[in-house]
Design a protein around this ligand. Structure first.
Ligand SMILES: C[S@@+](CC[C@H](N)C(=O)[O-])C[C@H]1O[C@@H](n2cnc3c(N)ncnc32)[C@H](O)[C@@H]1O
Length: 447
């Protein structure tokens, strides 16, 4: 039996049936099948790539199968999707892609299903990916619903996500923006100031963050500074969020910093290191215990130079009003700006997720504004560019508070080009433009 393909099929099943995260299911399947580095690379590309591009492959399979996809046995459908990825997006020769998929189906679903898979994949193999896209989703060129529908299929995004991204970036080339979500991100490390210098880390310096390096290859866990918590794996956009809050000018006392939504702790660790260099200390809050533990671990290398983490709800934080000098609200959000990182995320989110998140985001921002002292700084951030979570939250909260003003965050992001956000003074990063997650940032001050 072909163990790499079997492992990939198991990852697809775990993601579909058990709601597993691809990034966790993959190493588990690789370990369980005892695969070496070469096979592990193949399985990672096969499983993660198939999950990411499933929307496109389902549109193609719909044409190749004479009954609705929902009537195809799901295990067989998963195998067909893996076959499509090998045929259309990987350099696997067609005969190998077809015969190995058919063998996989035969071993699990019997001879009849194997014959069906063989017939379907032969049809798929009749065209390359571009040929199929021109057939199932020709781009009408003109902006509008038909184009958004075509781009949703071409770039394998749910249609509602395409609509949200288009509203978030009406002047952007939607084609380029969506294409960037299908490129797995480069691995970026952060050197936590005072604990390690970035020159000591392998890789090349990140273009915008003063703390980052892009790792050219290899396992980040094998870097000693990462293993010791003096450095970590962190997107450059996330580094810039911590950098912006730390760089905001704050008059007078600057002793207590708060990360209100801290789990799993990447930004908390960078902020805590920056605070410690200036004689300030960070406290982190996170309501979910397992995530609070991760924050604790991320802060370990700083010892008593931080106040550590408190398992608490940020809307009812255990701190007196007006007691904090700087607050980060890295709010729970749809994560539609970080789709590159989580292959299954686009299929799991639904439009119904939006409103509860927006209500929580408003409460958290309000809570942060209560906690900060007059003339202190609050940075509101999301890894989503969706307007309901960015501009609308900001405007709703500013509309109810006379004591708060929006400051310009953009001068704190020196050297980062084209960062204007949806409200004057806010910033929006983009994968296709900056090579980062689509982080939104707004800086607020209490009068
Ligand atoms: C976008 S993540 C934060 C990422 C984190 N800052 C980092 O860089 O590692 C949002 C976090 O908010 C937490 N959260 C959810 N509800 C919350 C609440 N009521 N108060 C505070 N945090 C909350 C989530 O559990 C999640 O860990």
């Amino acid at each position: 039996m072909d163990r790499p393909r079997q492992a990939a099929l198991e990852v697809l099943r775990a993601v579909r049936v058990d709601d597993a995260y691809t990034n966790l299911a993959l190493p588990a399947a690789i370990a369980q099948h005892g695969l070496g580095p070469r096979d592990a690379g193949f399985v990672t590309e096969l499983a993660a790539g198939t999950i990411r591009r499933m929307g496109t492959y389902d549109a193609i399979l719909t044409v190749c199968i004479d009954r609705p996809l929902r009537k195809v046995q799901v295990a067989v459908l998963d195998a067909l999707r893996l076959g499509c990825h090998q045929l259309l997006s990987m350099r696997v020769p067609a005969h190998a892609a077809i015969s190995t998929t058919v063998d996989l189906v035969r071993s699990r679903n019997g001879q009849g299903a194997a014959g069906f898979a063989n017939a379907v994949l032969r049809k798929v193999a009749a065209h390359d990916l571009d040929g199929w896209l021109d057939r199932v989703a020709p781009d009408p060129g003109e902006p509008g619903p038909a184009r958004r529908e075509a781009l949703a299929v071409r770039h394998s995004h749910p249609r509602w996500v395409v609509d949200q991204l288009e509203q978030a970036a009406p002047d952007e080339d939607l084609d380029t923006l969506l294409a960037a979500d299908n490129l797995p991100p480069r691995v970026t490390l952060v050197a936590r100031p005072g604990l390690v210098d970035r020159a000591e880390l392998p890789g090349t310096p990140t273009p915008y963050s003063p703390y980052g390096v892009v790792l050219e290859g290899g396992d980040p866990a094998g870097v000693p500074a990462v293993a010791e918590g003096r450095a970590g794996v962190q997107d450059e956009g996330s580094q810039l969020v911590a950098h912006a809050l730390a760089s905001a000018a704050v008059e007078g006392r600057d002793e207590l910093w708060l990360d209100l939504c801290a789990g799993p702790g990447g930004k908390a660790a960078l902020l805590a290191a920056l605070a410690a260099q200036r004689g300030a200390r960070l406290v982190a809050t996170e309501p979910h215990l397992h995530r609070a533990r991760l924050v604790g671990r991320a802060l370990e290398a700083l010892g008593d130079r931080t106040y550590g983490v408190v398992a608490a709800d940020g809307t009812r934080p255990p701190l007196p009003a007006g007691s904090v000098d700087r607050v980060l609200v890295d709010a729970p959000c749809t994560g539609l700006g970080a789709l590159r990182r989580r292959p299954e995320a686009r299929w799991r989110r639904t439009p119904d997720d939006l409103m509860p998140l927006v209500l929580l985001q408003r409460k958290l921002l309000d809570s942060a504004l209560d906690l900060v002292r007059p003339r202190g700084a609050v940075l509101y951030a999301t890894c989503s560019p969706v307007r309901a979570e960015t501009a609308d939250v900001l405007q709703a909260v500013l509309g109810t508070r006379k004591d708060v003003a929006l400051d310009d965050v953009r001068p704190l992001l020196t050297g980062v080009p084209d960062i204007d956000g949806p409200v004057a003074g806010t910033a929006q990063l983009w994968p296709h433009r900056h090579g980062t997650d689509a982080m939104f940032m707004a800086l607020l001050r209490k009068g």
